[in-house]
Design a protein around this ligand. Structure first.
Ligand code: TPP
Ligand code: MG
Length: 618
């Protein structure tokens, strides 16, 4: 028996539609058009009905976390709050990882959950969890919607949107009270900053200091982070044509188009960006939130100014850096006013990015009948139209996709950045496809991450979405495997799966599918997929042998060395560094996997240790 089968008192049953209608109205007013979820049998069925009555669409998912990621992705792309409906107890518990993703990517999300009514809490323990504590542990706030549902619903929407945006859990208790005079406070603010809805004040003094620093800087580098997305046009205009190299966090990619001379590639806190940052004499961040950066020391000598619209703790991550809480357009204006004083060589950003891309090519290796992860990305990029949206899961494949998938607009490359959760790419692709009609969406995922959300392929079939799933199938949790020590950490059993045909699984759900073991098979499968109206899954047999070198180039010691010296233009020194970079720079040969060999045109020699450690959470 479930708690939802309990007969509800007449007063509660009568109140439930009013609460549901208030929630639907508040969401509709905020511009939300899609509500995702898995309903249970209580008042949340009233919510499902109310959203339909209000002209919103309810989208049924297979898992609550997937539903939350779909909704958060809509929020990412539209700016309106995402919305999820879940049942009490297991429904909310199952949504927690998706809620956590929204929290750490600063995405507005309203999660509507049934709850055991407060009136019954002393008697009913079936499916009763402390939902305020559960929701509050990851969400910005929890709100109880009962006696004054309109106020509660509007509050939830407003709290979700206040910068830093984030998720709010609404526990629906139609018989309970939600007014300020209620027995328990209607709002539990989990994050000390969440209640602060005052506009950020301009720190005039710090802005002036930034202007002075820019006035004397010869090698400034700009970092763009997730906060800059809201001001993409102003930021792009301030930097376009300036010649100042601009690095982007994962989420900020495309604010300055990758085809622009300024676009210098990725900024992750790893080492890929090191050569440029080491040569900088001033580092200026716009909207960078430390949640976007992997755990690693910050030891660049240049002073750092970090402009952000909410207190983000930048001074702690960027050791000794100055955080300026200010509307970002104000900081962008200061940058624009000082855009010509630098002494960077022409197109230094483009050169830095090309250096990285070239080196990633050197370490592409695959056995016959297998693709290198790099080839998967570059082949797909050549074939897919420019406006395609790509979503990327967490795993070693991400190390190839993120630097090699070039975009000329923001929000064309989506990833779970702050939480870095697996099981993101497919649900995010579904959310993206639903709120970007006509735009094809490619989900790049590992086999491990796809396994966590596989049934959502059925969702793409049911909804007729042009979602193309490309799975980097290596039957392993490769990112973890390359971090595993040679002994004492479980060996292959801890990180290996049996061979699975994801193509066959997708076909069983009604999707088109293909498998690919070389570039031409992949190109043919992707071209066919782009010509279809519905979904396609492409099972790419990849060789994971090159991942250790890829990890070392992006996060390890090899990434720190450039094939070019920005500080010293002596071409002989540059040549020396180039040779060192190709050799991996530390003499370790390591294990590239038995039977693996380099494919055709590759000429690099970077054989890096499989057990080589690189910083960064998984
Ligand atoms: C939900 C979740 N569980 C565990 C992790 C830790 N983790 C990060 S990457 C990874 C392996 C991913 O394997 P797969 O999806 O096959 O991608 P691959 O690394 O093989 O490319 C794991 C276990 C995570 N980030 N998220
Ligand atoms: Mg894998």
């Amino acid at each position: 028996m479930t708690g939802n089968l309990l007969r509800r008192p007449a007063s509660e049953a009568a109140a439930s539609p009013a609460v549901a209608a208030a929630i639907a109205a508040a969401l509709s007013e905020a511009g939300t058009r899609l509500v995702f979820g898995v309903p249970g049998g209580g008042p949340n069925l009233d919510v499902v009905g109310a959203v339909a009555d209000a002209g919103l669409r309810f989208v049924l998912a297979h898992g609550e976390t997937a539903a939350a990621i779909m909704a958060a992705t809509c929020a990412d792309l539209t700016g309106s709050p995402g919305a999820v409906v879940v049942t009490r107890g297991p429904g909310l518990a199952s949504a927690v990882n998706g809620i956590a993703h929204a929290a750490l990517d600063r995405l507005p999300l309203v999660v509507v959950a049934d709850t055991v009514p407060a009136r019954d809490a002393g008697r009913i323990s079936h499916q009763r969890l402390d939902q305020d504590a559960l929701g509050g542990s990851v969400a910005k706030a929890t709100v109880t919607a009962g006696g004054d549902p309109q106020r509660a619903a509007e509050l939830a929407v407003r709290l979700a949107l206040v910068p830093p945006a984030g998720p709010v859990v609404v526990n629906v208790d139609p018989g309970g009270s939600s007014g300020p005079a209620g027995e328990r406070p209607p709002v539990q603010v989990a994050d000390g900053r969440a209640g602060a809805d005052e506009p950020a004040g301009v720190h005039g003094h710090a802005i002036a200091a930034l202007g002075e620093a820019l006035g004397t800087a010869r090698r400034p580098v700009v970092l763009l982070g997730l906060g800059a997305l809201r001001h993409a046009a102003a930021v792009r205009a301030a930097l376009a044509g300036s010649g100042i190299p601009v690095l982007h966090t994962y989420r900020a990619r495309g604010i300055v188009a990758d085809c622009a001379a300024e676009a210098a590639g990725l900024f992750t806190g790893g080492t890929m960006e090191s050569p440029l940052l080491a040569a900088a004499d001033l580092i200026v961040g716009l909207g960078v939130d430390p949640v976007e950066l992997i755990p690693a020391p910050w030891d660049y000598p240049a002073p750092a100014f970090l402009a952000t619209e909410y207190p983000a703790g930048s001074g702690r991550y960027f050791t000794g850096g100055t955080e300026i809480v200010t509307p970002l357009p104000a900081a962008a204006q200061v940058l624009a006013a000082h855009r010509t004083g630098h002494r960077w060589p022409e197109a230094a950003g483009r050169t830095a990015k090309r250096d990285v891309i070239e080196r990633l090519g050197w370490v592409a290796v695959a056995a016959p009948g297998r693709l290198t992860p790099q080839d998967v990305v570059t082949t797909a990029r050549e074939i897919a139209p420019a406006h395609v949206i790509a979503t990327v899961d967490s795993g070693a494949h991400m190390l190839a996709v993120m630097p090699l998938w070039l975009v000329d607009e923001p929000q064309r490359l989506l990833i779970s950045s702050g939480l870095a959760t697996m099981g993101y790419a497919l649900p995010a692709a579904i959310g993206a496809a639903l709120c970007s009609p006509g735009v094809p969406v490619i989900a790049f995922t590992g086999d491990g991450g796809l396994g966590m959300t596989l049934m959502e392929v059925e969702t793409t079939v049911r909804l007729g979405l042009r979602v193309i799933v490309i799975v980097f199938n290596d039957s392993a949790l490769s990112l973890i495997k390359i971090k595993q020590r040679a002994s004492g950490q479980g060996g292959d059993e801890a990180v290996g799966y049996g061979r699975t045909s994801f193509a066959a699984a997708a076909e069983a759900m009604g999707a088109a599918a293909a498998s690919a073991g070389d570039r031409s098979e992949l190109a043919a499968a992707l071209s066919a997929a782009l010509g279809r109206d519905g979904p396609t899954l492409i099972d790419a047999r990849v060789d994971p042998a090159g991942y250790p070198a890829l990890l070392d180039l992006t996060r390890g010691s090899t990434g720190r060395h450039s094939s070019r010296s920005w500080a010293d233009a002596d071409p002989r020194k540059a040549r020396k560094l180039r040779t060192r970079g190709r050799r991996g720079n530390h003499g370790s040969t390591g294990d590239l996997g038995s039977g693996s060999r380099r494919t055709g045109h590759r000429h690099g020699r970077a054989r890096l240790g499989r057990r080589q450690r690189a910083p960064g959470g998984a």
